[in-house]
Design a protein around this ligand. Structure first.
Ligand code: HEM
Ligand code: HEM
Ligand SMILES: [Fe+2]
Length: 457
């Protein structure tokens, strides 16, 4: 396994930063879990820790997508990137911005009064869940993403080799960039503010990102098992078409109770219930293509690719559909059922996607012929089993919460502090299992292809 173009190595910069942020995300996740049991644990409060946990998640996935895209665009256009120095600059600019934002969250956690008003916007934290970065950072992020898209577009234009995969991939990324903008609009009415905010959050994970996932799935099936381009691209168009058809109006499942007109109950309920269909097609696509192959060179890459398709369907599709109808969501809205789904969906659809892309492309970047797959499999099972149990645990907590709080009318804190305590304890324990898996992955990431041949054998 080797790369065809030297500039594809830039992907590794992005992967490394992503992997380190992943570690941070999970470490703070465990702190958050312990704070459910002892609210005073740690110098930073739960709200700061939670912000760090979910923002780090979103950012490392985006950084991972960028690295993977540079790799794919160069490969598909059959040429070097338009400008490697620009890609490097864009990488370091991203690292500096994100690190500053993270430090800002921590400073604000220690001294809340530091989040002063500057030109009508907040200096350290803007306060919109998942995209709390302050306005000045939003602007820098937009510039960085524009430079990234420019570099990709110019690379394609160099050879004019438009493939379906890269068309869809770049289309998804443009959609992603555009959908960041509604998150920068400010409306005095909370209803309107939430209305636009959901465009970012929902149309990212159930629109743009799923399109990127569809394109990368096609790419990975080609790379790992030599699937035919015509076949995987045909599947990709169907998947992506259905993602858009169901996902755009599916946004309505967040508009049930925020003060928007009543027709959203119907629109959101119907369209979002159809969202699992394209995800099921992805699983079918992965299995159908894989059945016909022998002698896979990169078993780990294939393993993660197929697991990604499966857990995307389970986490987003199944754990999504259980609470997406307004008749159900009326009871479960904003409970631990939501949190359970959030974890399994992000893990299955996007954590495994970035990891799969790393295992598909990294051996080529490092020029390794074969590598010992045992750490990659170990980390997969530690992470996946732990995540499944975290999700089952908090699904249980969510059922108890829904029943006691919403049906019996008990107080939120009473349920949380008494009746759900054991669920929190188990979540924290499985969280440590997950961290072990991440630790094994991080070691594997840094060592892959760098050990002497005897050790590998
Ligand atoms: C990979 C794709 C997906 C990801 C990453 C994802 C993630 C999330 C997250 C993090 C939340 C919580 C948002 C908050 O903070 O309030 C959420 C909410 C929700 N998701 Fe998903 N989701 C995905 C796909 C789906 C699908 C396909 C469905 C339906 C079939 C769905 C149904 C819902 C519903 C109904 C809510 C609102 C829950 C509530 O009322 O509290 N999701 N999702
Ligand atoms: C790759 C792995 C992980 C992903 C993708 C992930 C994702 C998320 C997401 C999307 C949320 C917001 C969910 C919502 O409010 O609906 C969240 C919150 C949280 N996560 Fe994670 N997380 C991961 C790992 C962990 C681990 C290992 C722990 C520790 C056990 C953990 C503990 C928490 C806690 C305690 C919250 C706050 C929940 C709440 O507000 O009710 N997470 N995580
Ligand atoms: Fe949604």
């Amino acid at each position: 396994m080797t790369i065809k173009h030297e500039s594809q190595k830039i992907a590794q910069h992005f992967y490394t930063f992503a992997v380190l942020l992943f570690l941070v995300q999970v470490l703070v996740g465990i702190i958050a879990a312990v704070q459910f049991i002892w609210p005073d644990f740690f110098i930073l409060n739960f709200n700061t820790i939670r912000t760090l946990h979910i923002n780090a998640l979103v950012v490392w996935l985006l950084v991972g997508f960028m690295g993977a895209t540079y790799y794919v665009v160069s490969e598909e256009s059959e040429t070097e990137l338009w400008s490697l120095p620009l890609a490097k600059f864009q990488f370091w600019a991203t690292v500096v911005t994100i690190t500053t934002v993270v430090l800002g969250y921590i400073i604000m956690g220690l001294y809340p009064q530091a989040n002063i008003l500057v030109f009508g916007t907040r200096l350290l934290n803007e306060g919109r869940e998942y995209i709390e970065a302050p306005r000045w950072a939003d602007v820098l992020i937009v510039i960085s993403v524009l430079l990234f898209l420019l570099n990709c577009a110019m690379t394609v234009l160099k050879t004019k080799k438009w493939t379906g995969i890269q068309g869809v991939l770049l289309g998804g990324l443009v959609f992603l960039a555009l959908m960041y903008l509604p998150g920068m609009m400010y409306a005095k009415s909370m209803v309107k503010d939430q209305f636009w905010w959901w465009w970012v959050v929902h149309l990212w994970v159930e629109g743009a990102w799923e399109i990127i996932a569809g394109a990368l799935l096609a790419f990975m099936l080609m790379k790992t098992i030599g699937a035919k381009r015509e076949v995987v691209e045909k599947w990709m168009y169907v998947e992506v078409g259905l993602v858009l058809f169901t996902g755009i109006l599916g946004t309505g499942h967040h508009y049930y109770w925020i003060g928007t007109p009543e027709y959203w109950l119907w629109v959101g309920g119907i369209f979002s219930s159809l969202e699992p269909i394209p995800l099921l097609l992805m699983v079918w696509n992965a299995f159908r293509t894989t059945r016909e192959t022998r002698n896979v060179e990169n078993k780990v890459g294939l393993y993660y690719t197929v697991a990604n398709a499966i857990f995307n369907f389970v986490g987003a599709g199944l754990w999504g559909i259980i609470h997406t109808l307004p008749q159900v969501n009326k009871w479960t809205h904003g409970t631990q059922i939501t949190t359970a789904h959030g974890h399994l969906a992000f893990y299955g659809a996007y954590v495994l996607l970035v990891m799969a892309m790393i295992y598909v492309t990294l051996p080529a970047i490092r020029g390794v012929k074969e590598f010992n797959p045992s750490r990659a499999f170990q980390s997969f099972w530690w992470m996946t089993i732990s995540m499944v149990f975290i999700v089952l645990t908090i699904t249980g907590a969510g059922m108890v919460q829904t029943y006691m709080e919403r049906l019996m009318g008990l107080d939120y804190v009473a349920v949380k502090a008494n009746y759900n305590l054991w669920f929190w304890i188990f979540r924290a324990i499985f969280g440590v299992g997950f961290l072990i898996g991440v630790g094994i992955f991080v070691v594997d990431y840094f060592k892959l292809g760098k050990e002497p041949a005897t050790a590998r054998a």
